[in-house]
Design a protein around this ligand. Structure first.
Ligand SMILES: NC(=O)c1ccc[n+]([C@@H]2O[C@H](COP(=O)([O-])OP(=O)(O)OC[C@H]3O[C@@H](n4cnc5c(N)ncnc54)[C@H](O)[C@@H]3O)[C@@H](O)[C@H]2O)c1
Ligand SMILES: [Zn+2]
Length: 299
């Protein structure tokens, strides 16, 4: 038997009746996906909450990051150390299935709460990244943007001989826990344009807000939906949950496929407590498998 991958919640049997309801809704098309951290656990990136809905790690807070040079120094030391491993994570079968559902014309929009870019790496297009992407860096003072790889190279040059000591596993924010001694000697990055040291990964930390144009784009995507399909999200974060509320209010069916309970279960037309790996590849076979030829003929 294959070992159960790290970070994956325990497997549970798929409820066949609920699966059939979900499959029929998805087969009608017009599906907008709203994905969360559960999408990437099989890629080795941990989620914040497991199936019990409890937060296991303390994520970075926006106000602390923006207001404290020491917090930024700690973040960058940890993120520098974790970056190569985070960036090495690749898409898994769930990302591939979503990309195939999109290519097959069944999925018409993808909104993700993830910051790992893995939907796109699996071939999905027009992904609305609600919480940004760790592969970009933004200056909080002048708004200049940088590639994370470029910032990583500066950090390598500015911190020769940096020794993080023994490093634990990568955390959901793409960083690793480091001892304070290792952090104290670390030189954080500075903006080339304004010279300030308030460079932030271009992601929305807890307590930060999603830019208005991104929210507007996400709402315009959901307005076109015939179904909202939540994949691997506890929906504890309001910036994702509000799309479920909007869909339910507008009478758009909501499907939830997530291991454990979610905050959106009450609004869901069908809720499937299952691993994405056990559901999405099967959905592709059942839904796109039969429409593949038609999809190809119209494109
Ligand atoms: N990969 C990433 O980019 C990443 C990772 C962690 C957190 N985050 C950020 O943290 C916030 C957390 O909210 P969230 O709702 O996305 O995540 P969450 O951690 O609150 O919830 C994840 C949910 O997915 C379930 N799950 C985990 N693996 C699964 C699998 N293989 N199949 C089915 N279900 C699975 C868990 O049981 C849990 O209910 C987001 O805003 C996001 O920005 C991002
Ligand atoms: Zn700047």
């Amino acid at each position: 038997m294959e070992p159960h991958p790290r970070h994956l919640p325990p497997r549970t049997a798929v409820d066949e009746h609920r699966y059939a309801v979900l499959r029929d809704l998805v087969a009608d098309g017009g599906v907008v996906v709203l994905s969360g951290a559960g999408m990437s656990t099989a890629s080795g990136i941990p989620d914040y909450r497991g199936p019990d809905g409890m937060r296991r790690v303390q994520p970075m807070q926006h106000a602390e990051f923006a207001g404290s040079a020491a917090a930024r120094q700690r973040y960058w030391a940890r993120a520098y150390t974790g970056w190569e491993r985070f960036a090495a994570a690749g898409p898994n079968a769930a990302h591939e299935a979503v990309a195939r559902l999109q290519a097959g014309g069944v999925v018409v929009g993808i909104i993700t709460q993830n910051v790992d870019g893995l939907h796109q790496r699996a071939g999905a297009t027009d992904v609305v990244e609600l919480h940004g992407n760790l592969a970009r860096v933004v200056c909080l003072d002048c708004g200049e943007r940088y590639d994370r790889d470029q910032v990583h190279d500066w950090l390598a040059a500015a911190n020769p001989g940096f020794d993080p000591g023994t490093v634990g596993e990568v955390r959901p924010d793409g960083d690793v826990v480091l001892p304070e001694e290792a952090v104290r000697s670390f030189r954080a990055p500075r903006c080339l344009v304004c010279g300030n040291d308030r460079l932030k990964p271009d992601v929305v930390f807890f307590g930060g807000s999603v830019p208005k144009d991104v929210v507007d784009r996400a709402f315009s995507v959901t307005a076109r939906a015939d179904m909202l399909l939540v994949l691997g999200s506890s929906l504890q974060v309001m910036s994702g949950y509000r799309f479920v509320r909007r869909a339910a209010r507008d009478g758009i069916p909501v499907g939830v496929v997530t291991r454990g309970q979610t905050r959106g279960d009450a609004e869901a037309t069908v809720q499937l407590d299952a691993l994405l790996d056990d559901v999405l590849p099967r959905l592709v076979r059942d839904v796109v498998g039969t429409r593949g030829a038609a999809g190809a003929a119209t494109s």
